[in-house]
Design a protein around this ligand. Sequence first.
Ligand SMILES: *[C@@H]1O[C@H](CO)[C@@H](O)[C@H](O)[C@H]1NC(C)=O
Ligand SMILES: *[C@@H]1O[C@H](CO)[C@@H](O)[C@H](O)[C@H]1NC(C)=O
Ligand SMILES: *[C@@H]1O[C@H](CO)[C@@H](O)[C@H](O)[C@H]1NC(C)=O
Ligand SMILES: *[C@@H]1O[C@H](CO)[C@@H](O)[C@H](O)[C@H]1NC(C)=O
Length: 626
Amino acid sequence: MDDAPLRLLLLFLFLFTLSPAAGDLAGDGAALMSFGAAVGRYVLHWNNSISPCLWSGVTCADNRVVTLRLPGSGLIGEIPAGTLGNLSNLQTLSLRFNALSGPLPSDLASCKQLRNLYLQENRFSGEIPVFLFSLSSLVRLNLANNNFSGVIPPAINNLTRLGTLYLENNNLSGEIPALDFPNLVQFNVSFNRLNGSVPLKLRSWPANSFMGMSLCGGPLGLCPGEISPAAAPTRTLPSGGGSKLSGGAIAGIVIGTIALFLILLVILLLLCRRKGKDGAAKSVEAKPPEVEVALTDVGTLDSVGTNRGAPATKVAASSPAASIGSKKQLVFCGNGPRVYDLEDLLRASAEVLGKGTFGTTYKAVLESGAMVAVKRLRDANTPEKEFREKIEAIGAMNHPNLVPLQAYYHSKDEKLLVYDYMPMGSLSSLLHGNRGSGRTPLNWEIRTSIALAAAHGIDYIHSTSRSASHGNIKSSNILLTTSSEARISDHGLAHLVGLSTTTNRVGGYRAPEVTDTRRVSQKADVYSFGVLLLELLTGKAPSQALLNDEGVDLPRWVQSVVHEEWTSEVFDMELLRYQGVEEEMVELLQLGVNCTAQHPDHRPTMSTVVAKIEEIHRSSIEVSKE
Ligand SMILES: *[C@@H]1O[C@H](CO)[C@@H](O)[C@H](O)[C@H]1NC(C)=O
Ligand SMILES: *[C@@H]1O[C@H](CO)[C@@H](O)[C@H](O)[C@H]1NC(C)=O
Ligand SMILES: *[C@@H]1O[C@H](CO)[C@@H](O)[C@H](O)[C@H]1NC(C)=O
Ligand SMILES: *[C@@H]1O[C@H](CO)[C@@H](O)[C@H](O)[C@H]1NC(C)=O
């Protein structure tokens, strides 16, 4: 607990390192303006009468420009000196997917803080400029899909913090120098004109990091004159002299190779069987407690009561059906079709979907074939008048990213809420449910769409009044339609029923300042949403105590990993398959971290969050269009 502020501080130091260098915002603005005039005259509409920090693509920290991101913006031509080079606090420069050409301006060397340089998919040419190698903070360097030529200079090894080196699809020639980056996690030099052998330190990279060239060694097979370790002993047998091998030696090699092959095959088979078993055992263990287990009880709604252990025969006096008098009516919300009544609902065949915070939810199939989700509230002791008022307010909410409340029923012993049935289940089960084979991976596009839709839904709730909040944001309350559109469920119920403190702490979504779960502020919603973002990106359930022995929560775990500079290890392995969106992934991660700030005042508002995710979403669509 005590070191939380320290970690936060470290994180912010990483995100926005302050610079002692001279310069000011006005100077940054002037530099950007002349950059815009040179390569973006008709496409950048920066307004000189407002702060550069508000210009599109620009972000500031400590009143200096630290990020310039103009991916796919139609920039064209050469970048002159005296423009970007004057942005002395610049940390991220992304100009990918433009038509920029010529050499890089050499005064870029003055951007000593530069960590991320994304210049892929342009027409830059000339040699890889030597000044780049003096940018010792550089973590990500992407020069792919340009027309850089010449050799890869060995001085590139000066970039000791490099985590990404993408040079594919250029015109580089000569041999690959003995590259040695301790933190390298992404590497590609495919489709250049490199030749010779792959240096030893790079031989563990897969063949598709070296595609389309006449290289040898490592994943690409033996170089001429190289001996494979296996064949070596046979090869050293004294042969008849000269360079030709004797018949005996050749037979030896053949027999040796076959024997070795057979041994390897047996080992491989054994390993595979072992792995299969381990994998099966793991997938059972790894199932987080929060995943809602689909129970197989099938009956009618009035027979699958709370005594689920007992046989499904009705006990007349205590059965819900008996207590629900036929005089009492379902109250419908909104203008939806009223095609069923309470009787129909109770006669419907029902199946338990899950046991949630507020009670059990059933899928009910009406006689007409229509399906609805019925939530039977547990422990809702709210006085009837208050209950009705609050429920009516929930029913009046109308937004495409909320699961609509169709109707409710209230009596002393029974409170039912009828919602649209969402066939794809919850984000929680999609993320953490079946991780084995047969699972459809949740790609980046789906994940950002889900984040955006959920943010829109919460923003809508917050817009209904200053005190309105969802109160219980978590991945099991994000439900999906068949087309993977996300909708938020259970909005407002926390205010109605209240949560038991223990269940929610286990969930890991609750903001640290929340003490009364019936009074969750909008900023506490933002916190929970931040946890949800981190969950989407890491694939880890916030409730999982596996993050470390002490059960550190997800935000703190992410922060502890992120301050180590390179963040790829925090991401869900499934996401790392998608290339070209690393930058957006990091941006979304940063947003999640901002949302989970300890102090509510330091968290953004939901509308800011929506705008930011929209920007990230747009920029990843641009990437995929190219
Ligand atoms: C620039 O910003 C000022 C102040 O907000 C505004 O009055 C002006 O119309 C803007 N100019 C353009 C071209 O958008
Ligand atoms: C790439 O650069 C070479 C010179 O190194 C030049 O001959 C060639 O035309 C350039 N290709 C493109 C597509 O600009
Ligand atoms: C690689 O190609 C260059 C010409 O581009 C040639 O001079 C050199 O000998 C080649 N090296 C190897 C090891 O094939
Ligand atoms: C390297 O780039 C090539 C061409 O874009 C691509 O086909 C290959 O999959 C990439 N390999 C890796 C390991 O990223």
